[in-house]
Design a protein around this ligand. Sequence first.
Ligand code: DON
Length: 547
Amino acid sequence: MFVQAQTQRGPIGKNGMVVTAHPDASKIGLEILKKGGNAYDAAVAVQFALAVCYPAAGNIGGGGFMVYRHADGTIGALDYREKAPAKAHRDMYLDKGGKVIKNLSRYGHLAAGVPGAVDAMLKVHQRFGKLPFKEVIQPSIDLAARGVVLTDKEAQRLNKSRNAFFDHNTQPPYPLVRNDKTPFKKGDVTIYTDLAKTLERIRDKGRDGFYAGKTADLIVKEMKAGGGIISKEDLQNYSAVWRIPVAGTYKGYRIISMCPPSAGGIVLLQMLKMVEPYDLSKMGWQTPKTVQLMVEAERRSYADRAKYLGDSDFYPVPLHNLLDSAYLKQRMKDFSFDKAGSSTKTKEGKWGSHSEETTHFSIVDKAGNAVSITTTLNSGYGSYVMVSGAGFLLNNEMDDFSVKPGVPNIYGLVGNEANSIAPGKRMLSSMTPTIIEKNGKLKMVVGTPGGSTITTSVFQTILNVLEHNMTMQEAVNAPRFHHQWLPDEVFVENKALSQKTRQILRKLGYMIRPRSPIGRVEGILVLPQGKLEGGADRRGDDTALGY
Ligand code: DON
């Protein structure tokens, strides 16, 4: 059992808080706040900084989602998910016999969707930023030119990925590989000359510094060299979209999260509603009953996800049905504490005609504006493809589509028609950037990477604070578990669920499967006196900085 020796608080800030996956990105975000920038300026600065210091997931060649809450309570979201190129088609990853061609949607040039991060950051800055754009992007340009000091974790990650980088590139992707075989080690400095120049083009030309001109030429040249299909038109046509986040309540708290094309918000709200009738606080943290209840909610939500969720611009996602309280109550009707549920029996719900690398950052500024962003290349270093001459990696987000009905993606998730590939369509995501209010006031900002485990990690972190009275730091550190309908297994990380709990659950019929760490949650909690507590996940180099 995970026992905290004593209450452990993360860093406290009175005027602002930045929590990201990398110390350099947190520093850059904090500097922007201290200079008088708002949370939006800091968020833009952090997105570019992570593209430099955290190439496994930080990006300009990927996409993500932002959920925001202005200090005056206005909420909104920006969808900068990648899109399938115009030449993409439903069966593009199948052979003539209709079988999935191994790894084609996962690595290499064909795995990349049209990137959204740069357009999004320009839109965020244009609409909400206070400082000039040049001031916001410059620290990342300087960092790229000066070089990033590698952390031990990043050095190890690069060493492990060396072969994949050589396999999927037509040119060696310097500086992420070395010509001689000397391994990277902590303290080494990596200088990103080409990336610095790409960022300068974005600084000087805005959108045209990426989606047109030299950068676009380099992307298209890279595609041609490696058999990819992203064209100049795809780049020109890319546009991030302002959307209305999904929102719901949990025991008097208002939960605001991401709408499709992420499944995150809907699945999170469904799970919270399904467990709401129970007194989890009294039932206890990670006790057999609490775990069982949460797992059964997860099973039902993820079954709905596989059937009904996809890009709502292309597929009629039944959002209101899925979030209907009566429906969710009905969905738990067959739940019993006496035995494990079954994913063979539990399919998606019905109603009548009425109806492992992404990164998250959380920022709150002095005025109380809050930004929750999850951004990704999909798996670590994305497609591994670096755009030669432009110095950045392309995503492998195409694998988040259902490449064939019922065939699991990298995270074991299955999907259907709702998430099939079509030109210009956005692939379904699990990303769950979330903001919580209590009595009309900001309470928490939270999110995480972790593929399919993202939504259940956010679910647990929220309950850790709201039900189990943990601090932000404790809530993000606490060991986690996960169930996603299929496979019908409860995944547990080290120290999650005591041996006794595991034993009891096994007896009830649950399959318990130990696995590697789950998620890297970054959260900010507003304390009773209005101070901010940052919680940076102990699982990585994550850093919370406040002032
Ligand atoms: O959008 C999604 O759900 C995935 N592409 C996220 C990938 C991810 O979190 C990988 N990190 N561990």
